[in-house]
Design a protein. Structure first.
Length: 92
């Protein structure tokens, strides 16, 4: 794993199904999590597999990561809770 320094200039491209979702240049990040968070907030509301290409222009290395974006509005509910019941529950 290569290090990312706060002063590094990064070129980031995100693609989904062959379509470029975003291409941006950034600096000031120090971890891959920071990069992925920036991609998630900057990219259009997509869900599915997104290929993120990261090029560190300062150090001269390139990485590619495939990550899964889930819809922001998707909330998980417990399997025992049903919201469409028409009768009162003893456990509510």
């Amino acid at each position: 794993m290569t290090a990312i320094h706060r002063t590094d200039l990064l070129q980031v491209t995100a693609q989904s199904c062959g379509t470029v979702l975003l291409s941006l240049t950034m600096s000031g990040v120090t971890t891959l999590s920071d990069v992925f968070q920036q991609v998630r907030t900057s990219a259009p509301a997509e869900s599915g597999i997104v290929t993120v290409r990261l090029r560190n222009r300062t150090q001269g290395w390139t990485q590619q990561h495939n990550i899964v974006f889930r819809p922001a509005s998707a909330k998980t509910s417990s399997p025992g809770r049903r919201t469409d019941d028409t009768y009162p529950s003893l456990f509510a």
